[in-house]
Design a protein around this ligand. Sequence first.
Ligand code: DGY
Length: 421
Amino acid sequence: MLPKEDAARAILARNDRGGYTVPTDRLYPFQWNWDSAFVAMGFAVFDVDRAYRELERLIEGQWDDGMIPHIVFHAPSDTYFPGPDVWGTRHRVPTSGITQPAVFGMALRHVHEAALAAGTAGATERTKVLFKAALRSHRWWLNARDPEGLGLVSILHPWESGSDNSPAWDEALARVPTTTTTAIRRKDTGHVDASMRPRDEDYQRFIHLVDTYRDCGWDPTRQWEAAPFKIADVQMTAILARATADLMRLAETLGTDEEKDELSRMHERLRAGLADRWRPDLSRFVNLDLISRRDIETPTQAGFIPLVALTLDDAQRTAIVAEVERWLSGMFVGVPSTPSFSPTFEPKRYWRGPVWAVINWLICDGLRLNGSEALARRIEQTVVQAIESAGFCEYFDPTTGEGLGGDTFSWTAAAYMVLGR
Ligand code: DGY
């Protein structure tokens, strides 16, 4: 047991709303897609049955076209905006109309392997159902979000990236009008200091995008055509590619020959697309803005996430490790979501500098896959120590280790249990 393991488990128990876990009370009072995938891996440390439940409840929100929405509104709450009435998706279980990083497939393999290790009864049958759901969602990703066949999937809303106000979106988001038909009634700044959250102007643009896509009837083709914000995102693509590799692993015992072939083709397509985004002069991978057709060179953590899906050559590996070290230099805890040498760095504002435990989870996993065990362990330890001294906060100031945003955060508790081991 880790020093704060009881506290971590208690947070998951407290945020449990009946088989699904809210990210934190009040600020995020529903089930969020990628939060739940990380949380399922946390549950797998001590309760495999509950880990499966987390994924099964998320799938209750899956759309007929395969998309897994970013929020499933299982039960009403008035502490969050925008709620189901704003999204207007008319799904049988109310949901939002956009998605989030495809960590689901990674979580499924993780939970399945934990179940096999624990000898959990009925695990294979449960995994099979979830495997089919994951495969349908990966098909959706490639059809709906890579219609040009780039081998890169795109986000149509910053919320899809999970890195809502990342400086990577600044230029592209500035093209999105601030006008909205929906009246904006922010609730987040009633729970968390406004200086740690996106600005009002960001929210106007976020809601403009929601209005635009709702007017498209949430039809993927119409949205793709209407989107004023469209970014082929390396973080999203890398997670999808890695999740595809994890599904390939599951398919070895659970899949049909057709499914195995289909997954291999997806995997090749995504890895080729990602490999093309490496920029040797920047020592990282970069996004592509599909409206301006230009690279987005702004430094953010996303540039390192392809490590989870690619095997780098020696020159790339040396360069990326040196770059990660540069970002860590002078930091109390890393890896920052924006490096301190960037003019856009704000150490307390959400995705513009703070350290996120789940991002470290991905970066360390990628470093390890690429042979950098010692660096991975060092980064994991700084975040575990930050959690032990500051608590299970949403994110941390990289310059001081101060805990920020919402407290008693589910995915921070899950990350603690997994990274601390
Ligand atoms: C929010 O409301 O802040 C969320 O990040 C959107 O998913």
